[in-house]
Write a protein that binds this ligand. Sequence first.
Ligand code: HEC
Length: 130
Amino acid sequence: MKKTSALAVVAISSAITFVAYGAEPCNIAEGQRLFQEQQCAGCHTYVPKDYEKSGPNLHKLFGRKAGTAIFPVGYTAALKQSGITWNAEMLEKWLTNPAALVPGTAMPFAGLPDAAARKNLICFLQQKTK
Ligand code: HEC
């Protein structure tokens, strides 16, 4: 039993990768956990050419204009006309409160109040959506 838990600790700590966006380091493994826990994964994928989800595919998200990917369900006019280009700064606002950034958006997500959590989630997205 003791051996198993020691192994688990090693496995977890080696899975944690610290990278940086902006000035401070962030934790991608934690971001990945949040992508599941906050239900992002239920509505979004970043696997190229997978359009089966109820939210837009996030592949190549960074640098993309909001509401311009292939999304068969259809974007709201509000998001398409938002003028947003996705980067860490805009995602920070979006994940704090989507409806405050884009009134009329159809993304049913109340927001993630914890700044450190948002940062880790954005880092994870930056890596995975490349
Ligand atoms: C219940 C489904 C659902 C959940 C949960 C959800 N989203 Fe969304 N998301 C959507 C929909 C639908 C849209 C399109 C909104 C529109 O057109 O107004 C969207 C839009 C987006 C966009 C803009 C995409 C683009 O192409 O412009 C990003 C980025 C995004 N979501 C990230 C996330 C993240 C990260 C999470 C988890 C914290 C999350 N979403 C949770 C359904 C969801």
